[in-house]
Design a protein around this ligand. Structure first.
Ligand SMILES: [Zn+2]
Length: 170
């Protein structure tokens, strides 16, 4: 059965649920899930001209899988952070589950992400800059945490149409 490629939107209770670990015996399902994540990301990109990564729970697939497609596609299965810098920085964040909204959050400047790739090989990546904040954002989805819940304060929200006023550059 084909999976949905419809991205859940802010207000859907599934976005607040904690997703399940993927078991090695379920790896045959992963390529189907990844194909749906890819299609959803590409649809979003066609519509909005942006979008770098997506997490499975955004399609209502409650599994700990993230998919990123910037230059090449990358699949992250059961990711975990083995280190996060104490140094944080502020940025305006966006999300495919609320494309009209920007939220000012704090993220760790650098981190180290451990995960299984699609061939079930363990990988560890050191992340800085854009990739660091992006994958912290996607990882939060696996724990049912949205950028809105990390807003720095009550003024940390802007409509995407106002991005020129807040300096959002993505
Ligand atoms: Zn998101």
């Amino acid at each position: 059965m084909p999976l949905s490629t419809q991205i859940l939107l802010l207000g859907d209770s599934r976005l607040y649920q904690v997703s399940e670990e993927v078991k090695k015996k379920d790896t045959d399902q992963i390529s189907t899930i990844v194909a749906s994540l890819h299609d959803a990301l590409m649809n979003f990109r066609r519509q909005y001209g942006r979008g770098r990564a997506i997490a499975a729970p955004q399609l209502g697939i409650m599994k700990r899988i993230m998919y990123m497609c910037i230059d090449t596609p990358t699949v992250f299965i059961n990711p975990s952070f083995t280190w996060k810098s104490s140094e944080m920085y502020e940025l305006w964040d966006d999300c495919m589950s609320f494309p009209e909204l920007l939220v000012k959050v704090k993220r760790h400047k650098a981190c180290r992400l451990s995960f299984y790739d699609q061939s079930w090989h363990k990988q560890e990546w050191d992340l800085t800059g854009d990739l660091s904040e992006l994958l912290q954002h996607e990882y939060d989805h696996l724990d049912g945490i949205l950028a809105t819940m990390r807003a720095i304060d009550g003024r940390s929200f802007a409509l995407a149409s106002q991005k020129h006023l807040v300096g959002f550059t993505r």
